[in-house]
Design a protein around this ligand. Structure first.
Ligand code: ATP
Ligand code: MG
Length: 236
């Protein structure tokens, strides 16, 4: 897959021949320096942007072949998002925010799943609160719950802990980890943080729009060592 922005002198090749398979029921981290193409990759995978060349499949569905109506339906029914800024609706309570995508889609959320997710995110006491009455970590957990209750085939998270202190960040990460382990959720997460990467099953490293390495069963120490090695190589 390639993704070019701009033209002529202003042309930027944000993705330069990325080929990547993501596995069901896995928690994958995407890492790499600023500008290496992580967000672009997520946007192309999540059908928010169309790559300049190449194809994206989610299960058997070829994303790149869908018309607008089918794309909207794909995003609504098969894909979940968690952003760095939590993107909650300020006037709605936590419960209403969590239910919003499902109610827009006219779908019922399975009560048992809702209860599971709420207990897993530890938000039962906060369901009637509005975002301004919640801490950053709690708001991000609401955003996670919102992504999970529709049971999407895959959740894309772009630096979900980027705006959180380390303790709230770890709450969110252990929650994502549990949803992979317990619900079999598939998650892809962009992060700069080796500690966050340590919660995942696999780390994919990007540099200059290419996949340059990957690591299975990462620990934060090994990820940090690998990042240092890349830094040193880049400076040579
Ligand atoms: N809409 C756009 N128009 C033009 N160039 C873009 C656009 N989006 C991204 N780029 C360029 O593509 C490259 C990759 O950007 P991208 O946002 O994917 O990087 P990133 O790895 O997510 O970086 P960061 O860690 O800073 O978020 C950068 O050089 C960026 O300037
Ligand atoms: Mg980015």
């Amino acid at each position: 897959m390639t993704m070019a922005y701009g033209e002529d002198d202003a042309r930027v090749l944000a993705l330069d021949g990325v080929s990547l398979e993501l596995f069901e029921g896995e928690f994958t981290a995407v890492m790499g320096p600023s500008g290496s193409g992580k967000s672009t990759l997520m946007h192309c995978l999540a059908a928010l942007e169309t790559p300049t060349s190449g194809r994206v499949f989610i299960g058997d569905i070829e994303v790149s072949s869908l018309d607008d109506k089918r794309l909207t339906r794909l995003r609504r029914d098969h894909i979940g998002f968690i952003f760095q800024s939590f993107n909650l609706v300020p006037t709605l309570t936590a419960r209403e925010n969590i239910m919003l995508p499902a109610s827009i889609a006219g779908r019922k959320v399975d009560q048992e799943l809702f209860d599971d997710v709420i207990d897993a995110v530890g938000l039962r006491e906060r369901l009637g609160h509005r975002p301004s009455q919640l801490s950053g970590g709690q708001q991000q957990r609401v955003a996670c719950a919102r992504a999970l209750v529709t049971q999407p085939d895959i959740i894309f998270a772009d630096e979900p802990t980027g705006n959180l202190d380390s303790r709230s960040g770890e709450e969110v990460l252990s929650f994502l980890r549990r949803s992979v382990d317990r619900l079999g959720q598939t998650i892809v997460m962009v992060t700069h943080d080796p500690v966050a990467a340590g919660f995942t099953d696999r780390v994919v490293f990007l540099a200059d729009g290419r996949v340059v390495d990957e690591m299975r069963e990462p620990t934060s120490e090994r990820v940090l060592d690998r990042m240092k090695a890349f830094d040193a190589a880049a400076r040579r």
